[in-house]
Design a protein around this ligand. Structure first.
Ligand code: GLV
Ligand code: GLV
Length: 377
């Protein structure tokens, strides 16, 4: 191969490797056993000559690494992730390295995990599973693991981009056939079998989620026409409005300075005592210590967490809370999605090496939000 491309981790599938190899690249995959590579480990991988790197969200891509990559002749870096809070874009720009990410392919897989956690939390599935395995079940009881019915309750979405919108659609009408399926409205008219959780929606985003609004409106009209209680939706004018009104709240913003500890002690106190909070975005969006305290004070408040402030660690006390469900950052972990992420990361790096724009870069506008809409008043 004419070009040297390094992947800091082995990634699912072979398509991404074939793509690179067919286009004059020699692919080197790091075989280091430890999970999280240090900056020094990655500098060693980059070596004296490297055209592009595919990296992971656990790595700190800042000044040091972009300087090393640039010195080695590298022009391209792609995260194998949609999130890029681990990447210092201005440092990359300074050293002439283009940065890519992998949106789109993980939208619905991630939304499905957020939906799974919402259901698991509302029906106390993990707690009940532990109860069975501990041999504590000694017969059916009217009070045993009573949870909440989602139907008719309100789902609150904070950050209604690709993932937030897909999640919202699932919770309103679980039979979404894909956010890329433009024919949904027609199907609604033709196919009376489509049913869902029928939650009402309230969302908060700086931008208007035009397509989400159209979708929920159409579903509401369909329900009304068939003589059922229609679902409703509302774009909140403040995040507080979502916190106060929603029964299940799911967080889908990007992590940056403006969303760090977006959910803090004060905002937790605004939520309903029996609310459910889901986080499949980034850990630091939630003040995890404040959350642990809130879980202790409010036994009926429940959370489903895929991400943590200080991964791979949890804040003290969290693991002991029965009203918390915790999973290890697996929201994008479906085979199809992970192979897709690897392929997109490879295409990003390959594109740049060959002199084309990256397939996706973090500055690209989310096509599911209307950037021309005014912020909420
Ligand atoms: C995973 O967390 C991602 O950002 O893709
Ligand atoms: C955010 O990361 C999104 O994909 O909307």
């Amino acid at each position: 191969g004419k070009y040297r491309v390094v992947s800091t981790k082995s990634m699912p599938g072979t398509r991404w490797i074939n793509l690179l190899v067919q286009q004059d690249c020699r692919v080197e995959i790091c075989t280091e056993k430890k999970t999280i590579l240090s900056v020094e480990d990655i500098i060693a991988l980059i070596g004296n000559r490297c055209d592009g790197v595919i990296g992971q969200l656990t790595e700190d891509w800042g000044e040091t690494l972009f300087s090393a990559l640039s010195k080695a002749g590298g022009k391209a870096f792609s995260n194998m992730a949609v999130g890029y809070n681990n990447v210092d874009i201005s440092a990359a720009t300074k050293y002439g390295v283009a940065v890519g990410n992998t949106p789109g392919v993980l939208t619905e897989t991630t939304a499905e995990l957020a939906a799974s956690l919402s259901l698991a939390a509302s029906r106390r599935i993990v707690e009940a599973d532990g109860f069975m395995r501990a041999g504590l079940y000694d017969g059916w009881l009217p009070h045993l693991f009573v949870g909440n019915l989602l139907k008719g309750q309100t789902v609150g979405v904070i950050g209604a981009g690709r993932i937030g919108s897909a999640y919202a659609r699932m919770m309103v009408n679980s039979c979404t056939s894909g956010i890329y399926d433009y024919t949904f409205v027609t199907k609604l008219e033709k196919n009376c079998q489509i049913e869902g959780f029928k939650m009402n929606l309230i969302y908060y985003d700086l931008y208007q989620a035009t397509r989400l609004e159209k979708f929920v409106t159409a579903y509401g009209q369909f329900l009304k026409a068939s003589g059922e209680q229609p679902v409703t939706w509302k774009r909140a004018s403040s995040m507080e409005e979502v916190l106060q009104e929603a029964d299940v709240i799911s967080l889908h913003p990007i992590l940056d300075k403006t969303t760090y500890h977006l959910i803090n002690k004060e905002r937790l106190s605004k939520m309903k005592k029996e609310a459910i909070l889901i986080n499949c975005s980034r850990g630091p969006v939630v003040d995890e210590e404040a959350l642990v305290e809130h879980l202790k004070q409010n036994p009926m408040f429940r959370v489903g967490l895929d991400v943590f402030e200080d991964e791979p660690y949890m804040k003290p006390g969290l693991a002991d809370m029965k009203n918390a469900i915790v999973v290890p950052h697996i929201a994008s972990a479906s085979k199809w999605t992970r192979e897709g992420m690897a392929t997109l990361a490879a295409l990003n790096v390959l594109g740049k090496i060959k002199g084309y724009p990256m397939w996706s870069n973090p500055n690209q506008v989310d096509p599911f939000l209307d950037e021309n809409s005014p912020p909420p008043s």
